[in-house]
Write a protein that binds this ligand. Structure first.
Ligand code: OAD
Length: 235
């Protein structure tokens, strides 16, 4: 296949085999924790300690995890496409840093990054690996009760939407990997790509909620089907 510009959207399924839980699979994160108490601005205003405790655990999990074969394959895809004068636009809903650690450059984190903290007082964004608490002062303005995980919560605007739209419009192929197609606007990108006349592929463990938006699908663990897909593209 001589495709040059590929848009890849990843979700929690790509990091599942690195030991990071998915959200909506049986036993997933949102079956054990209530997102309305942990992942909304109102929840943070009401009980910041509970929200910090949840994200402190998840941050430690991300730091302890390592990229898997799917992350590495996507890094190879980027290098291979670049060598033929094309490019990969990697857009992820994941807040972990496993794509970057596998060698992908600048994935667009549309739901933010857990290894960053943002100050609600001064707006500064800091790289962050330690636990956060209400008494942790912002390194820039020294205010406490101001730092929050730099994560997009329910009811907030996802990040990088302009760059995502521009990249989608110039893509030859749209591929969604390991995402349930349940959270918008990410879930709408497949239908949008199709509307633009771009072919759409789903790589997933099981059909997503928006499976009808894909021209082709392959089901299996990401660590197997993503390297296979990358071999097909790069030949
Ligand atoms: P979900 O938990 O909703 O979906 C995970 C998807 O991964 C499902 O389609 C599974 O079938 C698939 N999956 C599970 N294990 C897999 C494996 N080993 N290989 C391949 N696929 C596998 O996760 P997302 O779609 O990413 O938002 O969820 C979207 C957003 O909802 C997240 O970014 C998060 C959450 O609320 C925020 O935290 C802001």
């Amino acid at each position: 296949m001589n495709l040059k510009r590929i848009f890849v959207l990843t979700g929690a399924g790509v990091s599942a085999e690195s030991g990071l839980g998915t959200f909506r699979d049986p036993g997933g994160i949102w079956s054990r924790f209530d997102p309305m108490r942990l992942a909304t601005p109102a929840a943070f205003a009401e009980d910041p300690d509970e929200v910090h405790a949840f994200y402190n655990l998840r941050r430690a999990g991300v730091i302890a995890a390592a990229p898997n074969a799917a992350h590495h394959a996507l890094a190879r895809l980027e290098t291979g496409l670049r060598a033929r004068g094309g490019d990969l636009f990697l857009c992820t809903q994941n807040v972990d840093d496993l794509h970057a650690r596998a060698g992908s450059t600048g994935p667009a984190h549309m739901h933010g990054e857990i290894l960053k903290a943002r100050c609600l007082a001064c707006g500064a964004v800091h790289p962050w690996r330690a636990d956060l608490g209400t008494r942790t002062p912002c390194p820039a303005c020294r205010r406490d009760h101001a730092l929050r995980p730099d994560i997009v919560w329910f009811g907030e605007q996802p990040e990088h939407l302009e760059a995502i739209d521009a990249a989608l419009r110039r893509a030859d192929l749209f591929v969604a990997i390991g995402t349930s197609g349940a959270v918008y606007p990410a879930a709408g990108l497949a239908a949008q790509a199709r509307h633009l006349g771009i072919r759409t592929h789903e790589l997933n463990l099981a059909p997503a909620d928006n499976a009808e938006a894909f021209d082709e699908a392959r089901y299996g663990p990401a660590s197997v089907i993503v390297p296979e897909f990358v071999r097909t593209i790069l030949g």
